[in-house]
Each structure stands twice: as C-alpha cells, then as structure tokens.
Write a protein of this length. Structure first.
Ligand code: BMA
Length: 821
C-alpha cells in the first residue's frame, strides 16, 4: 500500500549519493547491512569478524591475525591472502513494514571483485567489476525471521590467471609486472584497481572485500535511484540551462508530474511525465531565467566557487512522492585545439568560462592499498595541501580507482579542476563481449555518478595505452599490430568515448594521455608519435640527464606527467622498519624501491650538484641520504615546472604555448620511495614546499642562456601589472647581500610570462664585489611600486658542491608539541 503524504507533511532526510539529500515522502525503507559480518577462508581454518565496508586484509589486521601489512616485507609475506578464496556472511531479521513492500533490492555499492551473492542459500547474482554498483531484486527470497546473506569472493590473482588462460586467440600484454615490483600477473584481465597488483610506486595487495556499503532498499510504486545535473550555456541566446537526469526504478507504469526549481535564480519548470517499469533514465531541462545573474564556478586562484540549490519534486496526482535537493555549479569548459601562429600543430589548453587557464598541479594515485582505510580527514588534508601549494588541478590517474564522492565534493568546494581518467593503464585490454559489457556498465555508472561535479573538466580514456601501442612497449609483431589497434579503437572510441558523449555533453573527452588529441584522431586514434610536442599532452621522464639544465626538457603544449623520485623522511619510514633496514644498501631499502635502478638514479642525480652524505654514523648517513634525495627532487621538479610556466606565452622553434604542468605525483600509497611530493601519512616533502612557491600566481623565474641571466615574470592574474625584478647577490659566506640590482619597471600583461631582466652573468658579477660563480648565488623577487609581489626565488651560479665559502651553520632546532585542552 502506498502511503501518500501531503506537501505540508513531515519529511525524513537521508544521505543520497554524496551531493544529494533526499527525502522520500513515499516511505522508501532502507536497511543498512553495513557493520560486523563474518569472514572465512576457503578451508574454514580462519573465521573472524569483519567490518563492512572493508576488505580481507583490513579484517585480518583488525582481528590480530596479521600485523601491519606495510611493515617491512609483509607485502610478500602476506601474498597468501589474495591467493585464497574468502566468504563474507551476515544475518539480518526482516521487519514487518519491509516485507510488505512491492519491491526489495539488495544493493552493493561496490564489491571487490569476483563475487557470488546468495541469500538464504539461493544464488542471487555474480559480480566481476569493482567499479560497478550492483543491485539484485530479492523480495521473493526474503523470509520472516532470520535471513542469511553470503558473498563468496574468488582470489583475484587466480581469476585473472584463469581469464588469461581462457584467452587463447592472442596475447593481451603485459603478462606480468617487472620483477622489481614483486607483483602479480594479468591485472588487465580483471576490472579492479590496476595498481593493486603492484606498481612502480606501490605494493601488491590485491584486495578482496565489500569495499563500499551494502543495504536493502524497499519501496512501492517507484524510487529515485540517482539524480545528476549538468549546466549548459547557449551562446546564441546567452542563456544557461540545466540538464537534469533522473534514474528511476518503478514497479509499474506510473504517471506523474515533475517540478525542477532553482529558487535563487528565479527559475522553475514543471513537466508531465510517466515512468516505465524497471530502471529508466529520464532527462529534463530547466531554462534559467535570463533576468537572473548567474554566479560562475571558478578554479582556485581565478575566483569563487558559488553554487545554487536545485530542488526536484515528483508528484502523483497532487501528492508529493519524492523530493530531492542537489547543488548546481555553473561553468563552461572547452579544450582548445586550434592552429597556433608561428607553429606547426595545434594548441592544447583549457578555457574555463571563456578564460584560458594554465593548469598547475599534480597527479593523484590511490591514497591507500586498503580503500576502507581512507578517512575523510585524509582526503581533506591531501586536497587542502594541493590548494595550499597553489595548485588548481589534479589528474585522477587511470591505474587507481574512481574516487569516492567526497573527493569530488571537496574539489568542487576548493576549485580544484579534475582530469578524470577511466581506469585503464599501461596495458592492452581484452575486447571479448563480456569484458566490453562490464566496462560499458562501469562507464555509464561512473559518468552518471560524477557528471554533476564542476571540478571534473575532462574525461580521459586511459593512461599511456596509445603511447604503449605507438612506441611498441610490448614487442607486438608488426603483422599483428592492426588487430591491437582495432581493439584499442573498439574499447576506447567505439565504446567508452561514444558512451561518455551520450551521457555528458558538458565537458571534453580525450582518448588517452599522453596523446596528440585531434591529431591522434586524424591518424586513426594511435598517432605515430603521441609525444609530439606540437600537439596534445606529453609525459616526460629523464633520470640520467642533469635536471638543472632546462634545455633537457621538452617544450610541450601541456605537461601532464613529469617527475623525479625521492625517499620519504625517516619519521615516515621508521614505524615500518627496524634498525637493520636503516642503510641505503639494505634489503629493505631495495625492497621498497619498485622502479628499476631507482635508488641509484636518485644518488647519481643528487651527486651532480651535491656532496653525498658521508657521516661516519650509519644512521646519520642514512637519514642524510633520504634528505638529499628530497633536496634533489625539489630542485629538479622546480626547474622543470619553471620551464613550463615560463613557456606559456612564447613559441620558440615552433614549440611552446605550454598551458599545463601536472607533475607526477601528489600522494603516496605506502611508505616507500616515489615521485610524490607528500609522504604517506600527509607529511610534505621538500618538493611540496617548493611547489607552493613555483605555483604562486605571480612568480619570478631565472635561467641562463649563453651565459646570460634571464628573469621572467609570470602572472596568472587577469589584470596587468607593472613590475621590476630585484636581484640580490649573496656571497656563500654572508647573510647580507653583496649587492642588489634592479630592472626598470615593466608592463607584465595579465596571464603571461615575460622577460623582465637580462644581463650576462660575467658583467653582473664583475659589478658586484669579488663575486665569482663559485663564491656567490642569487635570490630575486618581483616588486611593484609599493611591495614585493609573489615569493622570492633563488638561482645557483654553480653546484652547491663546488661552492666556496659555505660554512656549517650550527643551527639547532627544537620541536615543541603543544596540547590543547
Ligand atoms: C607514468 C605513470 C605511472 C608511473 C609513472 C612513474 O608513466 O603513468 O604509470 O607510475 O609514470 O613511472
């Protein structure tokens, strides 16, 4: 029986899909099945309580069956966990109200990964994609009194291997990760976080579990499953409209009326509609009153992030049957690929609300091997750290997970633009019907879940798979190449791209990263050289060349990945290691390094400019070595990022107009060496402090060309500035400058990078006491008439290891821990 409540009646609020608060006046009943379940392994030798949402590893640790999986070599010691099959079981009692509902769904927001679900001993359904939400209609299987719900999970390693074995017609490389990663094979055969089988910065913990919520949803007539909305701007009419999509699950055909309104914009529209049985999607468009002034959402550093409340009310006859509210943010995004004056190729930059914006930021990887351990505080700290370092963009990289709703909500609020990859990375993928089918479901679900977020400015099909094919990472015989290219196009273009564009017309889609974009498309989606500097985005890594030499960096249109490794600090490593691990040559030190020759590369790069630690005390030598890798990394990424930022306004030999610098990588998944600027646990590496400067809105950059010192003023501000460069020449021996030089006041147009100072180094030093390249260094800043604009920067005239006059400072630091009552 349907209980109708009049508009003036009571309302019950509950959380609905992150941004939405729903009150269903039609009495949808929800039974939360999260909490303590029972977990057992395949032979029954282990039986323990397990928290849901959660995973097997977390449960085993919480119950004391294993110690910290991140401790020392435990990733290898605990390999057995993911080689076993596990079963989650819970019991629940049915309430009388629930059993009379017309439809009852058993909903899993996420099963990791290969599961079979049974209720009271009867099979309900199967799962094989961690990125899908599943619901099963279970009304007929429920009984009065106690019900038993069980989810059996297959070992993801064995499943992936079985899938690989069954795929006999041709290989789908790579078979296994490089040995140095100590990982598992064939992860491309399972729709699961690809880095969970190991990566070059992460351990192999192929998780299994119910990693998101589980519940029963019971209702009569219909229920609103999901609401999404995207704002679209019509240039011709200078009018905004909001496309609202409702996913409705109806028991039977129902007629109704729908009212959409954004009261603050004085806009409301009512639609007559009907709902067909089953799950259906309906679209409605609300036109925004042109007399209302719409406030726009802007990226961090370019304006505010205002939103409006959209109310959606469904009526049957004159009765309100559902009502929900969501946030709508207004902004437009365009990816501009058009001819560039003085250069072959095409531009590649983002225009937000009509304004070209330089993307400053980094790449985001999974925050933890065990997603159930990612708390709201951890997410908030990381995203706030990005903003604190003056970033405006993050790329959610395609080897991890589609992040949880809260991640995108915070990005919306902080003005962080998100480059959202689909979860395919560094591999070829199967294209059998079953595989494509589950990917299609995944894509539709994720786009529907996420498209309301203004922070997401682009969808991107995969990480590096175009490059892998084009530059033949996997030694595919020439005769078979067409087949792999066909599969590539089938997966990312014919399926993913097509689906995404059907679901969302409000943001661009790029097939891969790196890619030549429009040019790749011209070349049949796999360009001959996806790293072409005249097109699209580029990933660039070089560990051997001297990173202080900006000439080694590619002057790309958009740098979406580049970076250098460093070690986390001792305070981060200490809790997961013991004394015998604390040397650079220890087994532990090489075990945690998952990138071939990584430890040696860091030392070689550091040795180019710094004395390597040589303390006699082994612990001091170790901690000094960790530290010097961070200094090296900070200085390397600074040099490269400065090069990209100063290349925004110029074309040199056909290259330039760089409009993005996203270094690899923001965060860490465990305590190990990596490219991150923030350590596992949230501590900033030296690089992150450097980033705070080198991403500042107004910033001076120095470099040398033919022994001439050049300083650029970089400004992301819209307004023009008048600035001078002030250069302080310091001797390595003194704290006061030996001399100070000023440029004349120059116009620095809004959003540009221009040279404001030029002088041969020899003449600069000749005019400054007894300074030589070895005895002096420079700091410099920008000033307007009244004050300094932006941070102070530094420029070394020689490597610090060759500096003359440097003395030990004898600085002592004391740390006080204060407690607040
Ligand atoms: C890029 C990324 C990751 C990797 C990183 C460092 O290729 O896409 O796959 O972790 O380089 O090697």
């Amino acid at each position: 029986m349907l209980l109708h409540v009049r508009l003036s009646g009571w309302a019950c609020w509950c959380l609905f899909s992150g941004v939405f608060s729903v009150f269903s006046l039609q009495q949808r009943l929800t039974v939360n099945l999260n909490g303590k379940w029972r977990l057992s392994n395949s032979n029954g030798s282990l039986l323990l309580p397990a928290q849901v949402p959660g995973c097997v590893h977390s449960a085993l640790q919480q119950q004391g069956y294993i110690t910290d999986p991140y401790f020392r070599f435990n990733d290898v010691s605990y390999r057995w966990i993911a080689l076993d099959n596990w079963t989650y079981t819970t019991t629940f009692t049915l309430s009388a109200e629930l059993s009379v509902k017309q439809k009852v769904l058993l909903v899993f927001d996420g099963v990791d990964t290969v599961g079979s679900v049974s209720l009271n001993g009867i099979a309900v359904g199967k799962t094989n994609n961690m990125f899908c939400r599943h619901d099963f209609s279970v009304k007929d299987l429920l009984k009065d009194g106690e019900n038993v719900l069980q989810v059996g999970l297959l070992s993801p390693i064995l499943y992936a291997s079985e899938q690989r074995k069954a795929h006999t017609s041709y290989a789908v490389p790579p078979e296994c990760p490089p040995g140095v990663q100590k990982g598992e094979c064939h992860v491309n055969f399972i729709r699961k976080e690809q880095s969970s089988f190991s990566w070059d910065w992460g351990p192999s913990f192929p998780t299994m579990g119910l990693w998101k919520g589980v519940r029963l949803e019971a209702f009569d007539i219909l229920q609103l499953v999901q609401v999404s909305s995207v704002p679209l701007y019509n240039d011709a009419f200078s009018q905004w409209r909001v496309q609202v999509e409702l996913l409705i699950d109806a028991v039977q055909t129902a007629r109704g009326q729908l009212t959409l309104s954004i009261p603050e914009l004085d806009s409301e529209q009512t639609f007559q509609t009907h709902f067909n049985p089953g799950k259906t999607k309906s679209n409605f468009t609300i036109l925004i009153n042109t007399a209302s002034q719409v406030k726009l959402w802007w990226p961090n550093g370019h304006g505010e992030q205002p939103y409006y409340r959209l109310t959606i009310r469904g009526f049957q006859d004159e009765f309100l049957i559902f009502s929900t509210e969501s946030k709508v943010y207004f902004r437009t995004v365009e990816l501009i690929q058009e001819p560039v004056v003085g250069s072959p190729g095409l531009s590649f930059y983002f225009r937000i609300n009509g304004k070209p914006i330089f993307l400053k930021g980094s790449n985001w990887i999974p925050v933890h091997s065990f997603q159930d351990q990612v708390t709201p505080d951890v997410l908030k700290n990381l995203l706030q750290s990005a903003v604190d370092a003056n970033m405006n963009a993050l790329r959610v990289w395609g080897g991890g997970v589609y992040e949880q709703d809260l991640f995108y909500e915070i990005c919306d609020e902080l003005g962080i633009m998100v480059w959202q990859d689909f979860m395919f990375a560094c591999a070829m993928y199967p294209t059998e019907t079953d595989f494509i089918q589950t990917v299609r479901e995944e894509v539709v679900q994720q786009v529907q879940r996420l498209k309301s977020h203004p922070s997401i400015i682009i969808w991107s099909g995969n990480n590096e798979n175009e490059a892998a094919l084009a530059t033949d990472w996997f030694d595919i015989p020439a005769s078979q190449r067409p087949k792999y290219i066909r599969d590539y196009v089938m997966l990312y273009v014919d399926n993913i791209k097509k689906l995404v564009q059907e679901e969302d017309q409000s943001r661009p889609f790029l097939v891969s990263s790196p890619t030549n974009g429009a040019e790749s498309e011209q070349e049949g989606w796999v360009a001959e050289n996806p790293y072409d500097l005249h097109y699209g985005d580029v990933h660039f890594y070089s560990y051997i060349l001297d990173c202080w030499d900006w000439r080694t960096f590619p002057r790309t249109r958009f740098a979406s990945e580049y970076g250098f490794q460093s070690w986390p600090s001792f305070s981060t490593l200490q809790p997961v290691s013991i004394k015998e691990d604390w040397s650079y040559g220890s087994n532990f030190t090489s075990h945690r390094q998952h990138h071939e020759d990584g430890n040696q590369q860091m030392i070689l790069q550091a040795a180019l400019h710094f004395h390597l630690p040589n303390a006699t005390d082994p612990l001091k030598r170790f901690t000094d070595t960790l530290y010097i890798t961070q200094v090296m990394q900070a200085q390397c990424v600074k040099t490269q990022t400065e090069f990209y930022r100063r290349s925004r306004s110029e074309i040199i030999e056909g290259k330039g107009h760089t409009m993005g610098a996203l270094y690899w990588q923001l965060n860490d998944i465990w305590q190990a060496p990596s490219w991150s600027s923030i350590e596992f646990g949230g501590k900033w590496k030296m690089l992150h402090y450097f980033a705070q400067s080198f991403f500042a809105a107004v910033f001076p950059v120095a470099f040398e060309e033919d022994d001439t010192l050049v300083i650029y003023a970089i400004s992301d501000l819209s307004r023009d500035l008048k600035l001078r460069a002030v250069v302080n020449v310091f001797s390595w021996t003194e704290l006061d400058p030996v001399c100070t030089l000023n440029s004349s006041m120059l116009l620095v147009p809004g959003v540009s990078a221009v040279a404001v100072f030029k002088q041969p180094v020899a003449s600069l030093l000749a005019g400054c006491g007894n300074c030589t390249r070895l005895t002096c260094l420079l700091t410099f800043q920008l000033e307007d008439d009244s004050s300094q604009q932006g941070p102070t920067n530094h420029h070394f005239l020689c490597s610090p290891k060759d500096a003359q006059g440097l003395r030990r400072p004898n600085i002592t630091v004391e740390t006080f821990h204060s407690t607040y009552m």
